[in-house]
Design a protein around this ligand. Structure first.
Ligand SMILES: [Zn+2]
Length: 250
């Protein structure tokens, strides 16, 4: 009886595998428009990356304020390319005043790794904000909510961004998983803030029931559990405090 059940189970699993296989073949023969579009995007991205040296780190950025676009290799192996960094500094200038400041290049590594994390290595990033002079930051603070007094944008250590075609919540989760600095989420303005400060997170103007700690990608019970039982609690407590106080203290 046990053997029969086992045989039946095997048959069912084989049937499921065949059924799934047929769907894959059908999907490949008759892709939907969205599947075709995403496949084309991946193709363009892979063409760009395959034409480069495997040691090249590249960025494709679009500035939402100036309309400028830059497609640049900023690092080769472990060496940053000074000329490329200078071009990126100018690209990320305070567009209100024209002031330029040298950016911490670790931010570019985070951006590059982020595009890979969401399945678009070298994919286009929309820059919502780069460098801010102190005067621009004060002006923004006076007219806009959610701007920090000592924002790391003033130090050229922070960037606000989104990626076309990528859900910003997914982008936030990927950035949090990298754990390389601060990650702010601004759902109403549809962007995330990234910086090279200490690892922390906040969500600006999120609903009270918003889960500040994303679930791990895998449902395996051992994945994402804090090493120390109190570690998760303390992290959550800090996050709740940060969310309550807002980014002005971060
Ligand atoms: Zn920001």
């Amino acid at each position: 009886m046990l053997a029969l059940n086992s045989l039946e189970t095997d048959k069912m699993q084989t049937s499921k595998r065949i059924s799934c296989g047929l769907w894959v073949v059908v999907a490949m023969l008759f892709p939907t428009p969205s599947v075709r579009a995403s496949a084309q995007l991946r193709e363009v991205s892979s063409q760009r990356t395959s034409s480069l040296d495997s040691h090249d780190h590249l960025l494709l950025l679009y500035n939402t304020h100036t309309g400028e676009r830059i497609d640049i290799v900023y690092r080769r192996g472990d060496a940053y390319i000074p000329d490329a960094l200078a071009k990126l500094d100018f690209f990320l200038r305070d567009h209100r005043t024209g002031d330029v400041r040298h950016f911490d290049p670790r931010l570019y590594d985070i951006l590059s790794d982020l595009t890979a994390s969401v399945g678009r290595p070298g994919g286009e990033i929309y820059i919502v904000c780069g460098y801010r002079t102190s005067s621009t930051n004060e002006s923004l603070r006076a007219h806009t909510a959610g701007v920090a007094k000592n924002s790391l944008h003033i130090q050229a250590e922070a960037i606000d961004l989104r990626m076309p075609g990528i859900d910003t919540l997914k982008l936030r989760k990927a950035a949090l998983a990298l754990a390389r600095g601060g990650v702010g989420y601004y759902p109403h303005s549809d962007f995330i803030h990234l910086d090279v400060g200490r690892v922390r997170q906040w969500c600006f103007d999120c609903p009270a029931n918003f889960s500040s700690t994303p679930r791990p990608a895998s449902s395996h019970p051992s994945v994402g559990k804090p090493v120390c039982p109190t570690q998760g609690f303390i992290a959550e407590l800090f996050t709740r405090m940060a969310n309550r106080l807002g980014p002005n203290v971060l």
